[in-house]
Write a protein that binds this ligand. Structure first.
Ligand SMILES: *[C@@H]1O[C@H](CO)[C@@H](O)[C@H](O)[C@H]1NC(C)=O
Ligand SMILES: *[C@@H]1O[C@H](CO)[C@@H](O)[C@H](O)[C@H]1NC(C)=O
Ligand SMILES: *[C@@H]1O[C@H](CO)[C@@H](O)[C@H](O)[C@H]1NC(C)=O
Ligand SMILES: *[C@@H]1O[C@H](CO)[C@@H](O)[C@H](O)[C@H]1NC(C)=O
Ligand SMILES: *[C@@H]1O[C@H](CO)[C@@H](O)[C@H](O)[C@H]1NC(C)=O
Ligand SMILES: *[C@@H]1O[C@H](CO)[C@@H](O)[C@H](O)[C@H]1NC(C)=O
Ligand SMILES: *[C@@H]1O[C@H](CO)[C@@H](O)[C@H](O)[C@H]1NC(C)=O
Length: 516
């Protein structure tokens, strides 16, 4: 408790010492810390730990989805005075699952969300270079708009390894925005009384629209927004071009470790009704059921669901995206064949040992066979989507990440587990455990450079750096252009395998393991 209080005090003190002086002064738009948006004026701050980065944490992009708006399509936020955007927002309501221990709960809590959760969670956060630096570049900056993962049942912005302040501090040439969206039964209720079921995906679209309408005032380039996500966030990114074929808004897509596979098939819509019964809303017609459940406190609902699934009760209960043929489709190939997909370029890939993130934790690990099987949960939907996109002639750049660094993967069987590339991309790999090796820094810089070069100009594709064994100098001027994925002999970028920074290989071994 004591250490918690000291940490809390330290946070307050650093806010007093470094942020408040800005807001106490008469803040002019010129400092870039008070920005006009469709949600009202947003008051940001600068943290001394990243002195050239303006942070706007907890910017509302939708009306709080509470009361009658629970389970409903998100409504654009109406302005109501200045918003003080000084702390990360609460995460959306999260299911707790006390029974499972994973490498995240046992070793890598930096991937989990910290802080509270609330139904009032539709906020995004923005990290942008100081105004002077943007002005000296005389051009609006590319924007990475990130969708966090969490299996559509959990996740959010307040996750230590995924805070991009140091990255933006270093480059001064891009903006990162991270969104929350409703998850679990609040985002994917699948209730008979509703017209729109995938409201969590509609939250993501509203966040994209908000960024389109407002990021220019933060120094961003509306024409160069890249929608990026990992895990369920990548699943969301990969379905996005199918849902908005005419007006994708974004110029690029990046899907780390996720494809369109994660869909629920509760066609009879009994999950919601069963849950309603657990909270005293049984035996009602669909309209009455919905309005009854809307009056139940959010935590009561989340608890009922958590206990039900935590006890392994049968039949199982889950709330994830469902086929609505509006944003989630029953046949992606058909959608593609009919040209109902935006031709937005995409980076997509997976990690060599994804499965280590999904198995129950034991110190020795479950063995290679179990890891390989669990890895396919991710690698196969990714492979299928890469292939689909190739057939549909959609520009696609494919990778596999193999990094195995002791400060991110401390036990031998962890390897390149699910999420393990994120600390290298966000530039946070050295912050929470031992120092990073110089090779690890090289890998981190190279991946950041590729992801950013894509955001700079998605139509050109990712490009940079020399390909070479240990020639990992990020300043190396030799040019490397990542080829389009065409199911060829050397068009998948294998990153950080052994001592090799990058190499072009065939995806055949992944693809054949998935087709059996
Ligand atoms: C400033 O950043 C440090 C870590 O980089 C963090 O511990 C602290 O809470 C931040 N302060 C504010 C006001 O966000
Ligand atoms: C606007 O803000 C005020 C003060 O915070 C609050 O009392 C009021 O309910 C808000 N109005 C709306 C429409 O949200
Ligand atoms: C939930 O939906 C699944 C199908 O996805 C079904 O098998 C299961 O029986 C349903 N559970 C309940 C409690 O209705
Ligand atoms: C099982 O459910 C009961 C209430 O229904 C709850 O008290 C208990 O904590 C649950 N067990 C687990 C492991 O979630
Ligand atoms: C999906 O659509 C494709 C192309 O129209 C068709 O060949 C295929 O049979 C369909 N798959 C299913 C499962 O309906
Ligand atoms: C990761 O590296 C460690 C230390 O070199 C090694 O013991 C382990 O086998 C590697 N793990 C994987 C999955 O490659
Ligand atoms: C860049 O990389 C190439 C290929 O590995 C290497 O031959 C060259 O010396 C490097 N140049 C610099 C300036 O580091």
């Amino acid at each position: 408790m004591r250490s918690f209080n000291i940490a809390f005090l330290a946070a307050i003190l650093s806010l007093e010492a470094h942020a408040v002086p800005h807001s106490n002064r008469k803040v002019s738009v010129g400092t870039g810390l008070l920005v006009e948006t469709t949600s009202g004026n947003i008051q940001g701050f600068i943290n001394h730990t990243a002195p050239d980065v303006r942070q706007f944490l907890g910017v509302p992009f939708a009306e709080p989805p509470v009361g009658q708006l629970r389970f409903a399509k998100p409504q654009a936020k109406q302005p109501n005075g200045t918003v003080k955007a000084l702390t990360l927002p609460n995460s959306c309501m999260q299911q707790f699952d006390s029974s499972s221990s994973t490498i995240y709960t046992e070793y890598e809590t930096g991937f989990l969300v910290s802080g509270g959760n609330s139904e009032d969670c539709l906020y995004l956060s923005i990290w942008a270079p100081k105004v002077e630096n943007i002005q000296s570049q005389q051009r609006p900056l590319p924007v990475l708009l990130y969708i966090p993962g969490g299996g559509f049942t959990s996740g959010g912005q307040a996750s230590l390894y995924k805070i991009p302040d140091k990255w933006v501090q270093r480059t001064q040439s891009h903006i990162v925005v991270i969104m929350n969206y409703r998850v679990n039964l609040f985002g994917f209720p699948n209730a008979k009384g509703l017209e729109d079921q995938n409201v969590g995906l509609l939250d993501q679209r509203l966040a994209v629209e908000w960024v389109r309408d407002n990021i220019g005032n933060f120094g961003g380039d509306t024409k160069r927004i890249t929608l990026w996500g990992q895990s369920a966030g990548a699943g969301s990114v990969s379905v996005y071009p199918y849902g908005y074929p005419e007006d994708p808004i974004v110029a690029g897509l990046i899907a780390d470790s996720g494809g369109p596979g994660i869909v629920n098939y509760d066609l009879a819509q009994t999950n919601f009704t069963t849950l309603a019964g657990l909270v005293g809303c049984d035996g009602l017609g669909s309209e009455e059921e919905l309005s009854c459940v809307r009056k139940v406190p959010a935590q009561t609902l989340e608890n009922a669901l958590s206990y039900y699934s935590g006890n392994g009760t049968s039949p199982s209960m889950a709330f994830k995206p469902v086929v609505d043929n509006k944003v989630v489709f029953s046949n992606w190939t058909e959608r593609l064949t009919n040209g109902k997909v935006a031709k937005t370029p995409m980076i997509i890939g997976s990690n060599t040992n994804e499965g280590a993130g999904f198995v129950s934790f034991t110190p020795e690990g479950p063995g290679d066979e179990a890891l390989a099987a669990a890895t396919k949960i991710i690698s196969c939907p990714v492979a299928a989507e890469a292939q689909n996109r190739y057939i549909g002639d959609l520009p696609t750049y494919r990778y596999q990440y193999a990094g195995n660094f002791s400060n991110i993967s401390p036990l031998p069987w962890f390897g390149a587990y699910h999420s393990s590339e994120l600390p290298l991309l966000f530039g946070t790999h050295s912050e929470y455990r031992s120092q990073s090796t110089s090779f690890e820094w090289d890998v981190s810089y190279a991946m950041e450079a590729l992801w950013l070069s894509f955001a700079e100009d998605p139509t050109r594709g990712p490009a940079r750096l020399a390909l070479g064994n240990t020639a990992a100098n990020p300043n190396n001027a030799s040019y490397f252009a990542w080829p389009k994925f065409q199911q060829g002999a050397s068009d998948m970028l294998l990153i950080a395998e052994g001592e090799k920074l990058m190499q072009l290989v065939s995806s055949e071994s992944i693809d054949t393991s998935c087709s059996v």
